[in-house]
Design a protein around this ligand. Structure first.
Ligand code: DAH
Length: 345
């Protein structure tokens, strides 16, 4: 009988010694259990009458030891926890304060469109090429078959760097074509997303900075039909399976023949009439077979290789997809506008 009581006391002592307490609530529970007015040691103390006389002293000592250990542990924990709490308070940290809702950012509509374009073309085996926005005259114009005094230079009003006639802000991502072709040999299959600049008056429809994605595919026996199928695939992925496209003959110095591609937008509403100028078609890109002059300017043999290129405007497509009426919205960074865009891309 007495052995059982001693066993119980030993167990309680071990429990006190190993109790893990990390906050004030746990500490209070500890106090109530071992030191409170109804603590678990009280009923055990009454058991002393069942302990044989020769063991009563030992029993009393053990009981005291347990009480002292519990009190000592309580004291030191209380000091420690009170101190860390006052440190938190001094540091202005209130762990009981309700949290603020975490605001998750959204992607910019221009990034959403670029990411989607990248996703579509990388599926076709295109890789991404990026290059500088401050370009030289040669890569932006001359290499692209637009030498000085060529009338086509007037098509793009250029920002030149101060005190420089050769350094400029690139007017199109076509400059990346010459960068890539002068540094690697075919087969070449790249897209080049990036920002471009033109000295244009800012209005609802045009801006002095915008984004393009350039595409370039050079290999043996690349044909106009390859280009057409690639661009049709792009249009279907971007605008849906039953999209209609058309290629209109056009002129660019760096391609021959050249074309512009339109997608059919529709003529259902007055707004459709307005944005398509009554035709139902919207131009989204320029394209063509890379001019042999461009290939030889960049050190690629036009007898051996041919290729196609295209350049598309991003803001125009973002405005179409998200029905944004004014290009300036895309550069003002008004969060009330930006937070409306959510996507997996
Ligand atoms: N660079 C032209 C522009 O900014 C777009 C363009 C047209 C790019 C035809 C091309 C192309 O690569 O083949 O207006």
């Amino acid at each position: 009988m007495s052995e059982q009581i001693f066993g119980e006391l030993d167990a309680i002592l071990a429990e006190i010694q190993s109790a893990e307490i990390s906050d004030l609530d746990q500490l209070e529970a500890f106090r109530i259990k071992y030191l409170g007015s109804k603590n678990i040691l009280k009923p055990l103390g009454g058991q002393i009458r069942n302990v044989p006389n020769e063991k009563k002293k030992e029993f009393g000592q053990l009981l005291n030891k347990i009480k002292q250990e519990a009190a000592a542990k309580y004291q030191s924990l209380q000091d420690g926890l009170a101190q860390s709490q006052s440190e938190n308070q001094a540091a202005g940290i209130d762990f009981s304060a309700p949290t603020q809702e975490l605001r998750v950012g959204t992607r910019h509509p221009v990034s959403l469109v670029i990411n989607r374009i990248i996703e579509i073309f990388t599926r076709l085996g295109f890789t991404i090429a990026e290059d500088r926005e401050i370009e030289d005259d040669w890569h932006n114009f001359t290499a692209m078959n637009t030498p000085e005094h060529h009338p086509a230079r007037d098509m793009q009003d250029t920002f030149y760097l101060q005190d420089s006639t050769t350094r400029l802000l690139r007017t199109h991502t076509s400059s990346v074509q010459s960068r890539v072709m002068t540094s690697q040999q075919p087969p070449i299959r790249i897209i080049a997303p990036g920002r471009v600049y033109r000295n244009e008056t800012i209005s609802a429809r045009s801006h002095c900075q915008f984004h393009q994605v350039e595409g370039l595919y050079i290999d043996k026996n690349v044909s106009f039909a390859d280009m057409k199928q690639t661009l049709l695939y792009y249009a279907k992925e971007m605008y849906g399976e039953d999209v209609r496209i058309r290629l209109r003959p056009s002129y660019f110095p760096f391609t021959e023949p050249s074309a512009e591609m339109d997608v059919y937008w529709g003529l259902k509403t007055e707004r459709d009439h307005k944005i398509t100028k009554g035709t139902g078609w919207l131009e989204i890109l320029g394209c063509g077979m890379v001019d042999p002059n461009v290939l030889s300017n960049c050190g690629i043999d036009p007898e051996e290789y041919s290729g196609f290129a295209f350049g598309m405007g991003i803001e125009r497509q973002a405005m179409l997809q998200y029905r944004i009426g004014d290009i300036r919205m895309l550069f003002e960074n008004d969060v009330r506008f930006l937070k409306q865009f959510r996507s997996a891309y």
